[in-house]
Design a protein around this ligand. Sequence first.
Ligand code: ATP
Length: 268
Amino acid sequence: MNVASTGNTVGKVTSAGGPGFGNKRSEGLSGKILLKVSDLKVSYGGIEAVRGISFDVPEGEIVTLIGANGAGKSSTLRSIVGLEKPASGSITFNGMELTSMGTEQIVKNGITLVPEGRRVFVNLSVYENLRMGAYLRNDDLAKDLDWVYSLFPRLKERHWQAAGTLSGGEQQMLAIARALMSRPQMIMMDEPSLGLAPIIVQEVFDIIREINHQGMTILLVEQNANMALKAADKGYVMETGRITLSGTGKDLAENQEVKEAYLGKSRK
Ligand code: ATP
């Protein structure tokens, strides 16, 4: 397996659909490349955080970038959504070049980011946070609210509760639900498992799978390589700003180098 090997492993899935997504996975994947990142470089002053990476996110799939602290994963996501200006390279989404667009325009074109550390509006209620997620829309939100509350019944019970008083897991669910309210075509998540207890991490990953089964394309950044590779169709390993390995989630999870470096398993 090497950087050029990017085969797919796709399992059978069945589920009911939410509003505004592409095809459900049970209806098959299109094979279309939704996001294409080519030779992307991101620098902060003299520090080259991302050193010319290329990867694809096919429509309807879960793709993960794994790697240690400081590998450049967050910088990659932030540059896709226009929060960092790339030093060079190209990012296309549905064939449109994003590098010259501002964040608002990128969100309008169908990408949303669930940032690291959740960052919900702590003084606003669950409901108000969800409305904030839809701030670029001026159509009826009722159907989407019903749908996110069906995905996250615990949020429905806490409709008027201040987001700052939710547990860490509930705040992560709210951050994901808020991102869904913009009706994205692709959702990017930056370390959704960070700081959560194992049982809650499992719940977060169950939701990630469910949203994907309903047709959402997902780009997931994780240090929890074990969970991320289990969920992903395709994975890329980042080390100090470069992609060093790629493959199906399953192949990477079985790769000896990955096992030793990221899955805490030593050679027998
Ligand atoms: P983590 O999981 O710790 O967030 P990461 O893989 O997401 O790590 P980045 O956050 O993208 O990595 O950081 C990559 C490199 O860029 C690091 O060396 C970091 O110190 C540096 N960096 C990130 N953001 C900035 C910034 N705003 N200013 C200067 N350097 C930065």
